[in-house]
Design a binder for this molecule. Structure first.
Ligand code: ATP
Length: 309
């Protein structure tokens, strides 16, 4: 559904994106995650044809965005960071205007509007003026306009920014419902948002894709934590020699205990190193205090990447 290859973009001397490539298949719900200034909005503007990259190519649903931006835009539902709403209009008039602008034939407009209004939970509020709505309701109107033309792909820029916790829960459940019929890419800087909604996260830091992983892959890491009562000379080397182990680090020696983090090889991700480590410790009479599987969370990965910059 989305394919980007080697996108770069600079604003004067600021390089916002540097060689960004990723693909998203039909039916996926993917979080584009990154700290402030990482390049999320720039990526989204390029995907939706509102900004031209300096280099690279983008295709949506098999169409080249640079060559056919209008055709691409007709296939996308886009919710920008601040949705262009008209405060003086009622929800009903605004959606009717958007249906016209989108070129939805008149005889189909009412059906499209009713479906979008129903999906966004706005049925009882159609006559209310947009300027009088709470932020959460305005966001719902933004989502309703984004899905009016039944797009195959929804691109949402920070859809829950500035909302209160109740509104966040509502908008997330709306996004979840929409994901049943559309592919969804949304940007966020909130880790829990990705964990709550997505199968997959693309982590953008300083304009570069630093990780692209299914959340289930992260949880299935084969890393382990071993704590010995005290450090044993040569223990790290013996652990590193175990089959399936890529690296071992002695993380700390709190209260005289030695904490080892044992990283499993990527190709055997999902396997459990703990039995091998236990046998090694047992055979050598190491003073074993603790041994556990270390499933990485999105938070661990994000923090590792963010602090490695
Ligand atoms: P945020 O989460 O804060 O919205 P972001 O990840 O969406 O950030 P972008 O808005 O894409 O990041 O910005 C990426 C970089 O490009 C930042 O350093 C930003 O200051 C810069 N930038 C974005 N738009 C412009 C612009 N129009 N002119 C100059 N610099 C810009």
């Amino acid at each position: 559904m989305i394919k980007t290859a080697g996108i770069s973009k600079s604003y004067g001397s600021i390089q916002a994106l540097n060689d960004v490539s990723f693909s998203i298949g039909e039916g996926e719900i993917v979080g584009l995650l990154g700290p402030n200034g990482a390049g999320k909005t720039t990526t989204i503007k390029i995907l939706t044809g509102y900004l031209q990259p300096d280099n690279g190519s983008v295709s949506i649903d098999g169409l080249d965005v640079l060559a056919e931006p209008k055709k691409v835009q007709s296939r996308i539902g886009y919710l920008p960071e601040t949705a262009p709403l008209y405060p003086e209009l009622s929800i009903q008039s605004y959606l009717a205007m958007m249906a016209d602008l989108r070129g939805i034939p008149e005889e189909r407009q009412q059906r499209h509007i009713s479906e979008a209004v129903y999906a966004a939970g706005l049925e009882k509020h159609l006559t209310r003026q947009i300027g009088e709505l709470s932020k959460g309701f305005r966001q719902r109107v933004g989502l309703a306009q984004a899905i009016l033309h039944l797009p195959k792909l929804l691109i949402l820029d920070e859809p829950t920014i500035g909302l209160d916790p109740t509104q966040i829960v509502e908008i997330r459940s709306l996004i979840r419902r929409l994901s049943k019929v559309s592919t969804i890419l949304f940007s966020t800087h909130i880790l829990s948002e990705v964990e709550a909604l997505c199968d997959r996260a693309i982590i953008l830091i300083n304009g570069q894709v630093r990780a692209d992983a299914y959340l289930s892959e992260l949880a299935s890491s084969s890393d382990a934590i071993l704590v010995l009562e005290k450090n044993i000379p040569g223990a790290a080397g013996r652990l590193e020699a175990l089959e399936g182990v890529e690296a071992v680090s002695l993380e700390s020696s709190r209260e005289g205990h030695a904490h080892f983090r044992i990283h499993g090889e990527k190709r055997v991700s999902g396997s459990d190193l703990c039995p091998l480590i236990y046998n090694l410790a047992h055979e050598n009479n190491w003073p074993l205090r603790e041994l556990q599987h270390d499933a990485r969370t999105l938070e661990t990965v994000f923090n590792e990447l963010a602090t490695a910059v």
